[in-house]
Design a protein around this ligand. Structure first.
Ligand SMILES: NC(=O)c1ccc[n+]([C@@H]2O[C@H](COP(=O)([O-])OP(=O)(O)OC[C@H]3O[C@@H](n4cnc5c(N)ncnc54)[C@H](O)[C@@H]3O)[C@@H](O)[C@H]2O)c1
Length: 262
């Protein structure tokens, strides 16, 4: 997002390939990597029981849907908040409850943000939360939960466990913030397993090679070339010992004709 803003201002001084946008990056690293390591961070920090809890996930992007999927698998009642109607619709049809954060704030036991956005959990939400709610972020820096607002409405803060800060609000309610609102999967756990980061790093290596060896690219943000994305998927399948079918000549002809199949 920042690099695209730089490019449109003419401030980007070299070409960039947006590896995050590769299918073999965000469909796997963001979804399964963040999904698993976020739950890992939450559990290492709190040892809380997820089953039966109302688990609010802010966003239904690649990271947040991974977290939602894993929380659902652990038996949570998952609520999704979104600003994008398409993604909210997907969340609803994937079987989650969808509602604005101001409503979710009142019912949630655990809140996890992964939107890339600012103050997704803000003062009005904090003021409505239940005693004992757990708040964590797995999205962008420490900006998704308004920690300054949390401090401002609290009379004291305690550190009952490593990575847990308990804020005692003026009315006596306690809210537990994990990892100071920073990425909980990196702070309280170990980040993603290498078995999913390998695809992200393969994309980076192959894209750097393409930039170094290819024709000079404009100082813009470029997509990962399709052939690199496909190559990474093929390499990963091979590493996993999996084989797939290949289209026959007859199937290729059938897929590319307009003279039959209607
Ligand atoms: N923790 C990690 O290890 C890790 C790994 C990969 C990416 N990330 C970060 O996670 C964030 C999300 O990445 P992604 O790939 O899922 O992005 P994404 O663009 O696929 O999803 C973000 C979603 O958040 C929604 N959103 C934005 N503002 C919102 C708001 N105020 N309330 C509710 N929803 C809102 C968007 O509509 C979108 O659907 C990014 O900041 C990314 O850098 C973290």
């Amino acid at each position: 997002m920042r690099l695209r803003a730089m490019a449109s201002d003419g401030a980007l001084k070299y070409p960039v390939i947006a590896v995050n946008d590769a299918m073999t990056k965000h469909l796997f690293d963001n979804r399964y990597g963040t999904g698993q390591s976020t739950i890992d961070g939450l559990l290492r920090a709190t040892n809380t029981l997820i089953a039966g809890k109302v688990f609010v996930v802010a966003g239904y992007g690649w990271c947040s849907r991974g977290i939602a999927m894993r929380a659902k698998g652990e038996g949570a009642n998952v609520v999704i908040t979104e600003v994008d109607p398409l993604r909210a619709l997907e969340a609803a049809m994937d079987g989650y409850r969808v509602m604005p954060m101001i409503e979710a704030a009142e019912v949630g036991d655990i809140f996890l943000t992964a939107t890339g956005d600012l103050n997704v959990i803000d003062e009005p939400h904090l003021k409505r939360m239940k005693d004992g709610a757990i708040l964590a972020n797995s999205g962008h820096f420490n900006v998704e939960i308004n920690v300054a607002a949390l401090e401002a409405i609290s009379r004291e803060s305690l550190q009952p466990r490593q990575h847990v800060t308990t804020y005692v609000l003026d009315d006596g309610r306690k809210l537990h913030l994990l990892a100071e609102g920073r990425l909980v999967n990196l702070s309280a756990a170990e980040g993603h397993p290498s078995a999913v980061m390998d695809m992200s790093f393969a994309n980076q290596a192959l894209c750097v090679e393409r930039i170094a060896n290819g024709k000079s690219l404009a100082c813009q943000v470029h997509p990962v070339p399709d052939d690199i994305d496909k190559q990474v998927a093929e390499l990963k399948l091979k590493a996993m010992g999996l084989e797939i079918d290949t289209l026959t000549e007859e199937q290729c002809r059938y897929q590319n004709t307009w003279q039959s199949g209607t």
